[in-house]
Design a binder for this molecule. Structure first.
Ligand code: ADP
Ligand code: MG
Length: 663
């Protein structure tokens, strides 16, 4: 379970408590008239059946003790049927209803109680419930933790300097741990958790800032001086004026580029906020000085989109563009690589293929859609030779500031918080199955008015082949049925890349009315005339992804629409996501909702979780703590960090920093 030492047991706080002070006999519970009761008893035989609502199942059994009997009901607990054994002892808490058919309890939480001894050990008071596994029960963990507390807790050291503890009124680490496992009341638990969370965030900030400091010391980026003629020409040729937010970010970037400390900046901007021109402006600075720039995108679709933009905005200025991705023919790719390796001033645009190219004179690197690359790759790219490039990371999945400070705490942060003028908010509606045909009628009207539409097909879990086939079938179904007579085509990730490019180009040129696609269009497609986005089975998509998809429309001045086709019975979470999308336009607000709904993000991305993940801090509710930790960490590093604290930061987050450092 990832617990290797008894110390690990101490560090692993319970995730909830069972309140045994409320425990009564079944007879007492029935007579009490209380709405919520806690009782313990033996489980009878278990039945499971579906309900009239699709997807919703209920599980029923009876619970008896010496004084009486009640029936228990669980909703939607599929796995329970397999784990719950008739005859076992359960502590259950829930809502009690007494009626003509006897007493019924709708279970809110339950816990296998084991024998009478274990039960005695549990009560009275708050009983901790630990994350258990199929082999190690929470009861076993409870016993082990109890022993560890008795044996070890007095020896637990506190890494926090006294001065900080006094200033923030923090208890000692050992007292916080004890209260975290065995609180007298729930608010005592919360106080203890916050104490541990603050420490954890402080150590994280120290580790990240220290890493940043080390990187800066390694330094050796070229200071690019003042913008030259090509920069001026670039600005003059733009078909629009930059927004104040874009100007503001550019100023910060200019300042960065003018230093020998390599720029390490994260640029956050909502979908469509215009990050690309900002990136181009930075890249121009590299070439106009005779150096090289590179723009790396996570997908080919997005890389191509950037290539088209560069052909429009950069090539007319006499800047050479070298496009590199997996689908460039070998010979051509070798030729382009050779020019890059020879130090020809140019801007390289591409996918991961860029990673395998050694630039002779890379001065500015832009990494688009930051979140798609893991932390480790972020490090790989910025690890240079003699001089290090200035690096700009960009993301359109706005990360709440708290998360940005955590996951990217070694970066400077800039935000584009306004959209180019003239954009109308996208009207978003949830379309239930019964209204499906109305939706199609309405799409026809939009297309008759000269607009274009996207239809994004349902997500098929981890199976791009099935997903691709579904998209093809949907395109056929629409073309021969509801959208008959319109020019419908399909694009997905399993097509040969040439074919896909042709379809996308035809759509961009207005030669198609409807583009049926899988999520390949999620990022980067920029067709201003497209004003309708239809998402099938929208409730199954994640919030960030839905926001990205919606961001494909609303890029022109026409009113745009997003139609979220919902399955007949969305899960409560799915429903909440759709509602959030209707309510919020801003990616920042949605990211906030997302964080609240999904809980905490992982620092190293899904693939590399584990010991570096946050144990105590909850990014959604602990923002103040995080800001405080950041502030304290900055001050501590300035005044000189003590040995104990430095060691603690390294023990806790050394792995994370190692991942950041690995080249
Ligand atoms: P994103 O931030 O999502 O990458 P893009 O850079 O693709 O956004 O910009 C979205 C669209 O807005 C593009 O068509 C771009 O040309 C346009 N755009 C960018 N900046 C401005 C501006 N200041 N005024 C008007 N249009 C702009
Ligand atoms: Mg973009």
């Amino acid at each position: 379970m990832g617990l290797e030492t008894r110390g690990d047991l101490l560090d692993d706080l319970p995730f909830r408590f069972e309140d045994m002070t409320a425990l009564t006999t079944i007879a007492e519970a029935i007579q009490s008239g209380e709405d919520e009761v806690t009782v313990v008893g033996r489980v009878g035989s278990i039945t499971e059946r579906p309900t009239r609502r699709r997807g919703l199942r209920i599980l029923q059994t009876r619970l008896t003790d010496e004084t009486g009997e009640i029936s228990l009901t669980w909703f939607n607990q599929r796995y329970l049927a397999r784990t719950l054994e008739p005859g076992s002892r359960l502590v259950v808490r829930g809502a009690l209803k007494v009626g003509v058919r006897g007493a019924e309890l709708t279970v809110k939480s339950h816990e296998v109680a084991g024998g009478p001894d274990e039960l005695a050990a549990m009560g009275p008071g708050l009983v901790p419930v630990y994350h258990a596994s199929s082999k190690v029960s929470t009861g076993v963990l409870r016993a082990l933790v109890g022993e560890a507390i008795t044996d070890l807790i007095d020896g637990v050291a506190d890494p926090l300097p006294v001065e900080l503890r006094v200033r923030h009124h923090l208890p000692l680490r050992r007292d916080a741990l004890r209260a975290g496992h065995q609180p007298s009341r729930l608010d005592a638990y919360e106080t203890a958790r916050q104490r541990l969370a603050y420490e954890e965030l402080l150590l994280l900030q120290l580790a990240l800032l220290q890493h940043r400091h080390d990187t800066d010391a390694r330094a050796g980026a070229l200071a690019l001086g003042a913008p030259g003629e090509v920069s001026t020409a670039f600005r003059a040729a733009l078909p629009f004026t930059l927004t104040a937010a874009q100007e503001h970010v550019l100023e910060a970037i200019e300042a960065d580029l003018n230093r020998t400390q390599p720029m390490q900046r994260l640029l956050e901007g909502d979908v469509g906020s215009g990050k690309t021109v900002v990136a181009f402006a930075a890249l121009v600075r590299a070439v106009e000085q005779g150096g090289q720039g590179a723009l790396m995108a996570p997908t080919e679709v997005l890389a191509l989109q950037h290539l088209r933009g560069a052909e429009r905005l950069l090539e007319p200025l006499g800047i050479e563009i070298a496009y590199l991705s997996g689908d460039v023919p070998d010979k051509e790719r070798r030729a382009r690589r050779a020019r890059i390796e020879a130090g020809q001033p140019l801007i390289a645009i591409g996918t991961h293929a860029l990673l395998y190219t050694s630039f002779a004179d890379l001065r500015v690197l832009v990494v688009d859609e930051q979140h798609r690359f893991g932390v480790a790759q972020r490090a790989a790219l910025s690890a240079g030779g003699e001089t290090v490039p200035h690096v700009l990371h960009m993301t359109a999945t706005p990360i709440p500031r708290s998360l940005a400070l955590t996951a990217f705490g070694d970066l400077d942060l800039s935000v584009i918080d306004e959209l180019p003028p003239g954009r109308k908010p996208i009207k978003t509606s949830i379309i239930p199955e019964a209204k499906r045909e109305d939706g199609y009628r309405w799409i026809r009207e939009q297309i008759a008015a000269g607009r274009q539409a996207y239809v994004v097909c349902a997500l098929v879990e981890e199976n791009p082949d099935v997903e691709a086939r579904a998209a093809e079938e949907e395109a056929e179904r629409l073309a021969s049925g509801p959208l008959q007579g319109l020019r419908v085509a399909c694009a997905h990730g399993q097509m040969p890349s040439g074919d896909r490019q042709r379809v996308m180009a035809a759509f961009a040129a207005g030669e198609l009315d409807v583009l049926v696609a899988t999520t390949v269009i999620e990022v980067g497609v920029d067709v201003a005339n497209a004003s309708v986005m239809v998402v099938e089975d929208a409730d199954r998509f994640g919030l960030a992804q839905l926001h990205q998809l919606r961001g494909r429309v609303g890029r022109g001045t026409e009113q745009s629409y997003c139609l979220l086709y919902s399955s007949a019975e969305p899960t409560p979470d799915g429903r909440e996501r759709l509602d959030a999308l209707v309510r919020h336009q801003s990616g920042f607000e949605l990211a906030d909702v997302d964080l609240r709904m999904r809980g905490e993000g992982r620092l190293l991305g899904e693939a590399q979780s584990g010991r570096t993940d946050l144990r105590y801090a909850r990014l959604h509710s602990d923002r103040k703590l995080l800001e405080q930790a950041r502030e304290d960490a900055l001050r501590i590093l300035e005044e000189g960090i003590d040995e104990v604290l430095a060691q603690a930061a390294n023990d806790r987050f050394g792995d994370l920093i190692e991942a950041l450092r690995r080249a």
